[in-house]
Design a protein around this ligand. Structure first.
Ligand code: FAD
Length: 510
């Protein structure tokens, strides 16, 4: 495709995606003197940022954070990138508090267990922030996050800053392809006002289109487990990954997702997370155990950061069977456990996906999502398991609960609840991701790198699109990352001189 384009819109910096990373990028590019246009695929901004639990990780000292991150990144990111991220964690509280002046929200240190932080050197330097005290704000009408509005308050700080600067966000405007001239990104194609239009980016394009939570092809290709269900924003289909790939980008961390196990029922379109999120609380009882397709326990049901790693044990393929014997796996609990509290925590940005889970789980038993059985024999038989095996599993479990002794899978004693009072309950659970981390590789300036490590001129990636996180997740780290990466990319893109159209004309990568 050759020839000069009829540019429908022009800005110095064009940002793809109006989630948290896109908005921080936009604010920073604008403050550095650029005109900015944000394109958003969905009808409302927010992405999955708006659904976040609202924990934002920060650090007290750079060296501590460098040490911790070096231990958790699996050798997959450069020392320079780790240092840049660590510096960003230290600067983050002041920066976020500065942004919060826009609406008077308070950024406070979060009271949470330290269990979601792995015991590596430097762990003590890390802590979490959250956004509180936003008067008269009871959430955005397009987001459902139950009683927890912390993620929405966090997003409101960003959106109010964008509105204050009068930065344009075009909703219902998905970007589809980059426009390259002489190896430089000079614009993109997007569906705007119902038609495919060329958009000029004088200085650069910042891809902030989130992850590939809802791209089944990419998930099948890059994850060992299958299926892996998602909660969140249906707009996150990895578009920025495909756009960057076509421009020659290297991909990284595609296998790594932030995920646990959760629920998916045939008669409801979206999946549901299990109720405990964030850092584990070793003193909080949780009603269930998880068993495989023969009725045996195989995992610690409550990892230190359950939402980070608890999907991993389910993804193991057993070649001797041969099958995924833990997909689905099953939650088992009893009548006393049922009363402890709801087992799921639904949230969504999709109006048809809203569901309020009952506190006592009775409505879901009525719906047939949770199956009730008068005896363990009946439960085992209904699932095709040996009654003896399930009895052994439950007896072993009850023995560990009573003794308080060591569990072979390391589940903390304070979380254990015995299973001995009928009726008994079973419900299938699947690997379930909160968000993906993979995407185009970037350097410490958030410049997208090609397959040979060279920056693709004028192309940046931020947020969870090609996230920094490569092995173990840092709880609260994705919100930190969208701030750190957005600050850098916005600033870097705004520093560039305007690209000039060449005499031979612009062409789309094809
Ligand atoms: C339930 C839940 C709880 C979480 N809790 C926390 C937490 O407490 N702390 C934490 O640090 N992290 C948390 N996370 C993760 C964190 O929220 C995300 O990783 C982070 O917000 C991602 O921000 P982002 O801007 O990169 O992506 P998003 O916020 O998803 O934004 C991407 C945007 O790009 C848009 N888009 C996609 N394709 C296109 C296209 N072609 N053209 C234009 N726009 C496009 C999308 O519609 C979306 O609006 C949580 C995630 C979930 C789902």
């Amino acid at each position: 495709m050759t020839g000069r384009f009829d540019w429908y819109l022009t800005a110095d910096v064009v940002v793809v995606g109006a989630g948290g990373a896109g908005l921080v990028s936009a604010i920073n590019a604008y403050d550095a003197g650029s005109s900015v246009l944000v394109l958003e695929k969905m009808s409302n901004p927010g992405g999955i940022t708006i659904l976040a639990g609202g924990g934002v990780k920060a650090a007290r000292d750079v060296e501590g954070a460098v040490s911790y991150l070096t231990h958790t990144q699996g050798g997959r990111v450069s020392e320079q990138l780790i240092r840049t991220f660590a510096e960003g964690l230290v600067e983050l509280p002041d920066y976020l508090r500065g942004l919060a002046e826009v609406n008077g929200a308070t950024v406070t240190e979060r009271n949470e267990t330290h269990e979601g932080i792995y015991p590596f050197p430097g762990a003590e330097s890390l802590y979490s922030l959250t956004v509180t005290d936003l008067d008269d704000f009871d959430g955005y009408h397009w987001a459902y996050t139950g009683k927890n509005l912390a993620g929405q308050r966090f997003f409101k700080i960003l959106l109010d800053n964008v509105r204050k600067r009068d930065i344009e966000i075009r909703t219902d405007s998905p970007a589809s392809e980059l426009i390259i001239d002489n190896g430089e990104v000079v614009g993109l194609w997007a569906l705007i006002d119902g038609e495919k239009r060329a958009v000029r980016a004088n200085r650069g394009v910042i891809l902030a289109s989130g992850g590939f939570e809802f791209n089944e092809k990419l998930k099948k290709e890059f994850f060992e487990a299958t299926p892996v269900y998602a909660v969140g924003n249906p707009g996150n289909t990895g578009d920025g990954i495909l756009m960057a790939q076509k421009a020659g980008a290297a991909l990284w961390h595609m296998w790594h997702f932030h995920g646990s196990y959760g629920f998916k029922f045939d008669d409801f379109d979206t999946a549901f997370r299990i109720a405990p999120g964030g850092a584990r609380n070793s003193n909080r009882p949780v009603s269930w155990i998880v068993v495989d397709s023969s009725g045996k326990r195989f995992m610690n049901e409550l990892h230190p950061a359950t939402q980070d790693t608890a999907a991993r044990p389910l993804g193991v393929y057993d070649p001797d069977v041969p099958a995924y014997t833990r997909i689905p796996a099953y939650l088992i609990f009893d009548e006393e456990g049922r009363k402890i509290g709801r087992i799921a925590n639904p949230l969504t940005t999709h109006p048809d996906h809203r569901y309020v889970w009952s506190e006592d789980n009775l409505a879901e038993i009525e719906r047939g999502w949770i199956k009730r059985f008068d005896s363990l024999e009946e439960l085992a038989t209904a699932h095709g398991w040996s009654v003896e095996t399930l009895h052994e599993t439950v007896e072993n479990w009850n023995r560990i609960v009573r003794s308080g002794g060591e569990d072979e899978f390391h589940r903390p004693a304070g979380t254990r609840v015995s299973i001995d009072t009928g009726p008994f309950y079973a419900v299938p659970v699947w690997p379930l991701l909160t968000n993906t981390q993979g995407g185009p590789e970037h350097d410490e300036k958030q410049r997208v790198l090609d397959a040979f490590g060279a920056p693709i001129p004028r192309l940046f990636a931020v947020g969870e699109l090609g996230s920094f996180f490569a092995h173990l997740y840092l709880l609260g780290g994705n919100l930190s990352e969208l701030i750190i990466s957005g600050r850098i990319a916005g600033h870097e893109a705004a520093q560039l001189k305007s690209s000039a159209e060449t005499a031979r004309g612009l062409h789309a990568v094809a």
